[in-house]
Ligand binder design. Sequence first.
Ligand code: SF4
Ligand code: SF4
Length: 451
Amino acid sequence: MIERSAESLALQDQIDKCVHCGFCLPSCPTYMLWGEEMDSPRGRIYLMKAGREGRAQMTDGFVRHFDACLGCMACVTACPSGVQYGPLIETTRGQIDRQHPRPFADRLFRSAIFAVLPYPGRLRVALAPLAMWSSVVSRWSLVVGRRAPDDQRRTTVDQRRTTNDHRPSTIFTRLRAALALAPRVTFSSLFAPAVPERTPAIGERRLTVGLLTGCAQRVMFPQVNAATARVLAAEGCDVVAPAAQGCCGALALHAGRLDEARAFARRAIAAFEQPGVDRIGVNAAGCGSSMKEYGELLADDPAWADRARAFASKVRDASELVDELGPPRATRHPLKLRVAYQDACHLAHAQGIRQAPRDLLASIPGVELLPIAEADVCCGSAGIYNLVEPDTARQLGDRKAGCIAAVNPDVIASANPGCTLQIAAAARRRGEDVRILHPMEILDASIKGGW
Ligand code: SF4
Ligand code: SF4
């Protein structure tokens, strides 16, 4: 039975708000794939209620329906009754984490993820063998004059399971998926210089923005942070990137590891509490959505509740910030590009931000925005989902890559590092060499007048 703690009792209102209308069902990726009520938002809310009332036990089958949920929040967008599914799934996952014994290999895999991903130093060490491999490959290519088939190899091993079977994935499937998803890193990208602690505004200062450099973003996509700082500075912002900042806690929060998420949140708040910081800019959708929730996350902590609310009120996605700044100050030079913009769930559904990134891209002369089918459907990345549920994630990734390929873009714009890795892996499976850039990288290129 699901425990009736003060935390879970506070969610009863959300459960009671559900009127079982089913409007959310067609928007739910797992319902779309399997057509099973208990793998829909309505079914999951029903199970939460049954668990609280003692009518359902926390069996493996019960837990499976919650493990299969992507946490994509498409149901929140679809729900006419305003059910806030986010806290419901996060709390349920927290209770599962505390009460449900998982097999040893499962626990080990999940622990390894949370021991490595949120810590840039450890993540660099974990990715160093890939950087070494990529250095050997490029030297070998120079010697023999051809590309070694590293991507093909990763792709092939990942192509073995293509079923509608949504049983738990084996440790081997998960490891194969992790390898297939791994970014193309080099030693110079892994150890790229950090964004300076202060980047002065060009021209008269409009705002001072604290920039979250993130954990995975900083290690895997340092060029996105550099581009974000340049764009904000060009638009008249002093950019402050405190060296003391760490992970924002998004991965832990979405997995229901609430105490861990709170510890990360406190550290982030302390790092950015500097005089004069007007906004906190974020260029990763999952991080921004979590940081906007800090007020609720730390509401019961008297020492931090007010600080958390003040912090959350300043958080903006980078595209939101550019929009908020008003008329552009920096000249946009033309870029002749056909761009498919991919809506990250934690931007579109969790934060309701759809138009600002599109406007940002459309403000660049020569950019043609291509509408893609199923734009509102999750690509399967979903935090750690593509690592722990690789089979389902892969089906969704393939579906997304197909929708994008149908419009044949020059560039895919993605505002979340997880989506970028997921779509790149899916494109490789299709044998496509796609170019995926963050909207801030595209805007930066336009402001600079070229790549
Ligand atoms: S969060 Fe996404 S996967 Fe989970 S129930 Fe809602 S729509 Fe379905
Ligand atoms: S749309 Fe909202 S109220 Fe209707 S079944 Fe889904 S969660 Fe419940």
